[in-house]
Design a binder for this molecule. Sequence first.
Ligand code: ADP
Length: 382
Amino acid sequence: MSNTAELSEDLVRSTLASVRTPEGVALSVSPALSGVVVTAGKVYLSINVDPAQARAWEGVRAAAEDAVKAVPGVVSALVTLTAERKMAPPAPAPQAAHGHGHGHSHGAPAPRGISVPGVASIIAVASGKGGVGKSTTSINLALALRDMGLKVGLLDADIYGPSVPRLSGVAQKPETTADGRTMIPLENFGLQLMSIGFLVEEDTPMIWRGPMVMSAISQMLKEVKWGPLDVLVVDMPPGTGDAQLTMAQQVNLAGAVIVSTPQDLALIDARRGVAMFEKVNIPILGVVENMSHFICPHCGGRSDIFGHGGAHAEADKMGVPFLGEIPLHMRIREMSDAGLPIVVSDPESPQAAAYRHVAQGVKAALDRVTSSSKQAPRIVIE
Ligand code: ADP
């Protein structure tokens, strides 16, 4: 059982030896093969190509899909061409002048990374380390934005520990569109939802190698029928390693929200998170202090058990907005575990109000960054 996924992936890769790239190389060993993900018999595979060469690669894509579908045990196969540019840090890379291929070049600067048609703004919710309440903040923030009249989606990109199924109380597998190429996001509380946790059994051990992480995330961005959405909230994998940096670089993020607790150690990690996004020129929408102070469920009394206020001071020092404080409160945890986030289950509570305050700050920051950087026309490669 433990290595079923490994076995299937190897099998899939070896099948691709029979498919040739336009240069005549076996696809199984081509560097263009950027990721293979096998979940419960479904295979997702991406081939990273130069947008100018997209037409030449279409036959390879179709041949790869046919070859994978023929592997015993494969329920469905989805092979996509992706064009994920690495961002050149100092100056924007010059636009490739060729106008052929499936994309439409308008001679405008290239978009910063993966964009999702129908989604106006993608925002990342990140933390320097796990366990600070990033996922709880993500879903309650998404719900509070929904209550402001926005159309909102939540993408659980925390593929190491997906928590959206638990937090949203949704567990079924998503359906695919009639052509089988795109997944339809699940919905609850008026939010569109997608998580790797919807695709694999909860106890399936998943071993993610570096490039697979981005491949899985990019598929959940692009091969899901999102939208139309004003905001897609992305619950990032915790930490500031390569996977997070790649994600920050390769997705056209409008901005990032950093969640921290007030403790010194968490603040050091939060600083790393801010630095990571700044390095790749993603605007920091702000910092949230979670588990800011303890509210006793019995007497309502407040204790600053972690020395509250650290994240606010740190945000001021870094020159980024401070979005607000979320108390440490039993109801937040209990409701999360019950699949009923506090903004839904107890919308009038002070805890829900704290998330609404954060959401207002996020919306204001988002309006600032989107009005200051008019988006270039997008290149879409099918
Ligand atoms: P992360 O995504 O950073 O790993 P989670 O959102 O999963 O963190 O939260 C970790 C645990 O802390 C969960 O059990 C969650 O219910 C609880 N938690 C998060 N924020 C709060 C809060 N403000 N008050 C009480 N419990 C919280």
